[in-house]
Design a protein around this ligand. Structure first.
Ligand code: NDP
Length: 488
């Protein structure tokens, strides 16, 4: 067997490549829209290509949905709403359970497709994304017949047609975060996947048909940003749920302007705060997971490190050593820790920000790994001594790039952690429980992890403050976003 090409030549050990086969997936040459329970060609006859970011090879052509297609999809969802919303919750739950079971049955196939289309390592799509996707449907199936108990006195009623705009970083998982609560509460949906990762949403649509979901309850319209904009603005859409960039989130908010319910899950600039009494090796692992998981394409990524000054040298040397052991390369190799950057455009964005930070003269540590010849890849990178005013400390990179800085006192750590327009996530590393509570109380972010990072559970609400958006997904709070009586 050949050694894995992604290994770092500076290391003393070698990994034998362990490649996940792709026979389990059959990718069609061309995919149509999914409207009213069946495949439907786009009115324009136009198709877009989706590529494998690890090889730059086209995988399939996917329908380019336009206004006429959005009109049809929204009409189908509107038509399906009265009967779906008046079904007993216990009946809706059966569909969600069936969908969850079918996802479990086809989870390896979906994981491979997710890695092929999006570039994420198979060990993440297989062990994280797909498990959580199924868990979200199981969890929300459990709520469907208990809404009266969950919201006593609120008379929970669905809103109507929900437009759900999905990003490319967790294509199927973000779909599950949106579709599962919407269906459980009796809404019907039109989903718009991201242009670069549409394939798993289209297979998901087929799974809903296999589960017997009535036509029109779920529709999928692929396309680009203009498709998303047309969907969000449609007059028969009652609720918009968006995950993506802050810039587009603001555009949608302006377009919707109070005319429909809206939840926005936007970017972040999460901070790890590592105190001198933390379990250092555990914290190094947590920081590595926080920024290099999914190539850093994570809205709640821990992209800033605040380390207490007294342990900076020790911590940074362990961290730099650890990033040299990360295996970067073929997403389908089960050894791979860091896969491909999702698109050429995202790679260009990461490269620009890294070059600008280098030009500021900031100390840079980059993994010595060899990147594959083709495809979009970026070396795990850490900048040390980043100034608060630096672009890297303020802007979301959405790539495998960490900005490290120091602090001396807990209040300085809070001040620095809160010094961005975002407020999505933070991680506190210390062995003092009282300090965790003191910090968590003061950090302005939707989620604060303690001595861990990137832990997700469908029962736990997720969302942000400030430019990270508003509204919660997951848990009982997430259901409210799909109920007429919920907060606007
Ligand atoms: P976008 O916000 O453009 O994309 C997110 C989704 O919105 C996609 O489905 C996209 O469609 C759609 N969309 C794009 N324009 C519009 C519009 N005007 N109206 C409605 N929907 C629209 O993110 P990008 O893909 O451009 O990524 C840019 C940056 O956003 C990243 O570098 C990252 O910083 C951040 N980001 C944050 C995410 C998060 O989870 N918070 C997720 C993804 C990106 P299409 O893909 O077809 O253009």
């Amino acid at each position: 067997m050949e050694p894995s090409p992604n290994q770092n030549p500076g290391l003393n050990w070698q990994y034998i490549a362990s490649r996940q086969g792709t026979d389990i997936v059959s990718i069609a040459d061309r995919y149509d829209l999914w409207i009213d329970g069946h495949k439907s060609a786009p009115a324009s006859g136009d198709y877009l290509s989706t590529v494998n970011p690890a090889t730059e090879e086209p995988l399939a052509e996917v329908a380019f949905g336009g206004q006429a297609d959005i009109d049809r999809a929204v009409a189908a969802a509107k038509h399906a709403f009265p009967s779906w919303s008046s079904l007993a919750g216990s009946e809706r739950a059966k569909y969600l359970f069936r969908i969850a079971r079918l996802i479990q049955e086809r989870s390896r196939e979906l994981a491979v497709l997710e890695s092929l289309d999006g570039g994420k390592p198979i060990k993440e799509s297989r062990d994280v994304d797909l498990n959580l996707v199924a868990a979200h449907f199981f969890y929300h199936a459990g709520w469907a017949d208990k809404l009266e108990y969950a919201f006593a006195g609120l008379d929970p009623k669905p809103i109507g047609v929900a437009a759900q705009i999905i990003p490319w970083n967790f294509p199927l998982l973000m779909l599950a975060w949106k579709v599962a609560p919407a269906l459980a509460t009796g809404n019907t949906v039109v989903v718009k996947p991201a242009e670069s990762t549409p394939l798993t949403a289209l297979v998901f649509a087929e799974i809903t048909a296999e589960a017997g979901l009535p036509p029109g309850v779920l529709n999928v319209v692929t396309g680009d940003g203009t498709t998303g904009a047309a969907l969000a603005a449609h007059s028969d859409v009652d609720k918009v749920a968006f995950t993506g960039s802050t810039e587009v989130g603001k555009e949608i908010q302006r377009a919707v302007a109070g005319s429909k319910r809206l939840t926005l899950e936007l970017g972040g600039k999460g901070a790890h705060i590592v105190f001198d009494d933390a379990a250092i090796d555990q914290a190094v692992e947590g920081v590595v997971n926080g920024i290099f998981f999914n190539q850093g394409h994570v809205c709640c990524a821990g992209s800033r490190l605040l380390v207490q000054e007294s342990i900076e040298d020790t911590f940074m040397s362990k961290l730099v050593r650890r990033i040299n052991t990360l295996r970067v390369g073929d997403p389908l190799d089960k050894n791979t820790d860091v896969g491909a950057i999702n698109s050429a455009a995202q790679l260009a964005k990461i490269t620009e920000l890294v070059e600008a930070t280098q030009a500021e003269g900031v100390e840079m540590h980059q993994s010595q790994c060899q990147l594959p010849q083709g495809g979009y890849f970026f070396k795990p990178t850490v900048f040390r001594g980043v100034a608060q005013s630096s672009r890297l400390a303020q802007e979301e990179v959405f790539g495998p790039v960490l900005s490290a800085m120091t602090f001396r006192t807990p209040s300085e750590a809070v001040e620095k952690a809160n010094n961005t327009p975002y407020g999505l996530s933070a991680g506190i590393w210390t062995n003092k429980g009282s300090r965790i509570l003191w910090m968590a109380d003061r950090i302005r972010s939707g989620v604060v992890w303690a001595n861990t990072f990137n832990k997700f559970d469908p029962a736990s609400p997720f969302g942000g403050y400030g430019e990270s958006g508003f509204g919660r997904e997951g848990g009982r709070h997430g259901l409210l976003a799909y109920l007429e009586s919920g907060a606007r």
